[in-house]
Design a protein around this ligand. Structure first.
Ligand code: FMN
Length: 316
């Protein structure tokens, strides 16, 4: 289906796979981009030279649309230019929209998307020069910017801005995607559904927990506040069971994670989600998930997920 977003970005399915830290692995970005969506990688915690090399590696594997996510207000202009030259879309979140990072990305030839949690923030993103705004409802998995449910906020933003708007938060199947497009969105940004893919960087127990979760068994919490985003606002939606499990553990360290070739301790309350290679109490690490996690019922390839989402929109 063609929308203002697909026309602007040059993809064939109006879906951006959400940036999800190391859960949004290069393999996932390539699979989504190859299948016609926007594949996204995260710059969070990645040394600049590694990020640039990673983007070059991904670019060499797909001709599809790619995005890179930036969540730090003080990111160096040189790095912004380097990453923006390698992707179609630079994607900002968690700090107040301002023209400076947008201009760096534009000068390097990329479009800019800003994920927002309120109408005022959407207006500020457009005023800063953004080409796309992503409206994040409170249903979203991961760090939650605002407090308003998706549909009322989407309606308000659509009435107020002219740029293409993506909807994010609790879109876990084709029906939900079709509903936000029918409401006027130019597409959706989807996270939780892509956690449960073979390509994601999530620990197998995390993928299985997403599949096993029924109904809304998530909660917005500050329990995993040892993270750069929570430093300004400790609000993230996770599987509630991980908060309960954390409360049962007294140790200062809940497990270990693989960082390159090194195994490093994961402190109690760390914002690092359980990734492939993590050991220890992975069930007491934050399993970020959206409020409609119950709709995710299988682990299946990202291309299959994209094909089902596209089919729900028909061919218009
Ligand atoms: C595991 C996970 C990690 C996330 N990490 C980030 C991130 O690093 N940067 C970001 O902009 N958004 C992040 N998000 C939020 C997404 O951008 C998006 O708002 C959310 O996934 C949409 O809700 P859904 O998960 O119900 O689809 C994350 C979401 C999840 C599920």
């Amino acid at each position: 289906m063609h929308t203002a977003f697909t026309a602007l970005v040059g993809c064939s399915v109006p879906v951006q796979q959400a940036p999800m830290g190391a859960v949004s692995s290069p393999d996932l970005a390539v699979a989504v981009a190859d299948a016609g969506g926007v594949g996204t990688v995260s710059g969070l915690g990645v040394p600049p030279a590694v990020l640039v090399r990673r983007l070059d590696g991904i670019r060499a594997r797909t001709s599809g649309a790619l995005a890179v996510n930036v969540v730090a207000p003080d990111v160096d202009g040189g790095l912004l230019t380097d990453v923006a030259e390698r992707v179609r879309l630079v994607d900002f979140f968690w700090f107040d929209p301002s023209p400076r990072p947008v201009e760096f990305a534009h000068r390097a030839g990329a479009l800019v998307n800003w994920q927002v949690g309120s109408l005022a923030e959407a207006r500020a993103a457009v005023d800063a020069g953004c080409d796309v705004v992503t409206v994040q409802g409170v249903e979203a998995g991961g760090h939650v910017r605002g407090t308003t449910p998706l549909l009322p906020l989407l309606r308000e933003v659509l009435d107020a801005v002219e740029v293409p708007v993506l909807a994010a938060g609790g879109i876990s199947d084709g029906r939900a995607l079709a509903a936000v497009v029918a409401a006027g969105a130019a597409g959706a940004r989807i996270g939780t559904l892509f956690v449960a893919t073979p390509e994601s960087g999530a620990h197998p127990a995390y993928k299985q927990a997403v599949v096993d979760a029924g109904g809304d068994c998530t909660v917005v919490t500050g329990a995993f506040a040892d993270c750069p985003l929570c430093a300004t606002s400790p609000r993230a939606r996770v599987l509630r069971a991980t908060v309960d499990r954390l409360a049962e553990i007294d140790d200062d360290v809940v497990g270990t994670a693989l960082m390159g070739r090194n195994r490093v301790p994961v402190p109690r309350g760390s914002g690092l989600p359980p990734l492939a290679g993590c050991e220890g109490h992975v069930d007491a690490m934050p399993m970020y998930a959206g409020a409609t996690v119950g709709a995710v019922t299988r682990i299946r390839p990202a291309a299959e997920v994209l094909a089902e989402l596209a089919a729900a929109l028909g061919s218009s």
